[in-house]
Design a protein around this ligand. Structure first.
Ligand SMILES: Cc1cc2nc3c(=O)[nH]c(=O)nc-3n(C[C@H](O)[C@H](O)[C@H](O)COP(=O)(O)OP(=O)(O)OC[C@H]3O[C@@H](n4cnc5c(N)ncnc54)[C@H](O)[C@@H]3O)c2cc1C
Length: 301
């Protein structure tokens, strides 16, 4: 446990010690965060970062936890949640620029745009998580990645808040490479005019598809492995006969083989061992090396 000296620390947000991260991840596994901090606003975040940096306490930013496998030993230092950074604002009606805070949920952004008769990012309505997580993962569906539709990101970088055009950033399939310590505060979407009814239909179709293809009935982190170029990861798992393979409480879903699910009582170790078996078998049968899409973070027990 760390000694939190509040006298030199004017943080107004929520600060919890030894917070179980299984409560904050969709896989429902993972050890504890030494500190779990929820800043109230940007000033509060800056104060928190200053305090942590002065003490050389490492920090990790968590969005909705829908793409995270936290190891059983938890996360050393502070886990920061931007769940209060949910502001949505149309900042330029002519250029149709919408600013969304990093903690806003993807569906809320799509609905907000829809109410204004704007669209172009409907494909993220069904992707669970926050704007910050969507940017870091370059979340996407149906061949689109969200960074293609994003004009700029507001980053806290080296103690300074500034906007960065996405075209100047290094991103690709399910990744955005930032500098260590960078925190995404907000994203500016460049939208197009769209009839709200069309957006409604897009959302309905997406929901229907997800209900049939992704309804795995147990906690998951969505697709566990990235699709190798020109390949579908689920097909490679099927070729290797992995559907239904189980280690402890972790299982390759029978419904969608690229979803690894928590059948109850799974540990992060179960998922790591299952992922290792999957990679080994797929390599042996197809010659292809799979890479995790899910971010694996934290300490071993
Ligand atoms: C049922 C299901 C279906 C899914 N379907 C899809 C899909 O169709 N397409 C797809 O792309 N993904 C999909 N996913 C995966 C997941 O929803 C996305 O990766 C999502 O973008 C993760 O967002 P998050 O807020 O939960 O981020 P987290 O999982 O909390 O974090 C992901 C990464 O982003 C970083 N991060 C988060 N916020 C910030 C910030 N503010 N600043 C800096 N770094 C930050 C974290 O440190 C971490 O490295 C699915 C997941 C589930 C459970």
């Amino acid at each position: 446990m760390r000694d939190i000296d509040r006298s030199s620390f004017s943080f107004r947000g929520r600060l919890q010690e030894q917070e179980p991260l299984s409560r904050h991840t969709s896989l429902k596994v993972g050890g504890r965060a030494e500190l779990f901090a929820v800043p109230e606003d940007e000033t509060d975040l800056l104060e928190l970062v200053r305090w942590l940096d002065e003490r050389c306490i490492p920090r990790f930013i968590m969005g909705g936890g829908y793409n995270l496998l936290v190891r059983d030993g938890g996360i050393r230092g502070a886990v920061i949640s931007l769940e209060r950074f949910t502001a949505l604002e149309l900042i330029d009606p002519y250029q149709k620029l919408l600013r969304a805070g990093a903690g806003a949920e993807n569906p809320a952004v799509v609905r907000f745009a829809q109410e204004l008769g704007l669209g172009g990012i409907g494909f993220i309505a069904g992707i669970p998580g926050t704007v910050g997580g969507a940017m870091k993962m370059n979340a996407g569906a149906y061949g689109s990645g969200i960074l293609e539709r994003t004009r700029s990101l507001t980053l806290l970088r080296n103690g300074m808040v500034a906007d960065y055009l996405t075209e100047e950033l290094d991103y690709g399939y399910r990744r955005l490479t930032l500098l260590p310590g960078d925190i995404i505060l907000a994203a500016l979407f460049s939208l197009t005019e769209r009839d709200p009814a069309e957006t409604e239909e897009e959302i309905r179709k997406d929901q229907e598809l997800r209900r049939t293809k992704h309804c795995v009935g147990h906690p998951s982190a969505g697709s566990f492995f990235k699709n190798p170029p020109g390949q579908a990861a689920w097909r490679l798992l099927d070729q290797a006969g992995l559907r239904g393979t189980r280690i402890g409480g972790a299982e390759v879903s029978e419904v969608h083989s690229n979803f690894l699910i928590n059948r109850g009582g799974a540990t992060a170790r179960d998922f790591l061992e299952l992922a290792a078996v999957v990679k080994e078998q797929v390599k042996a049968v197809t010659g292809i090396e799979l890479e995790e899409e899910v971010r694996i973070v934290g300490e071993e027990l």
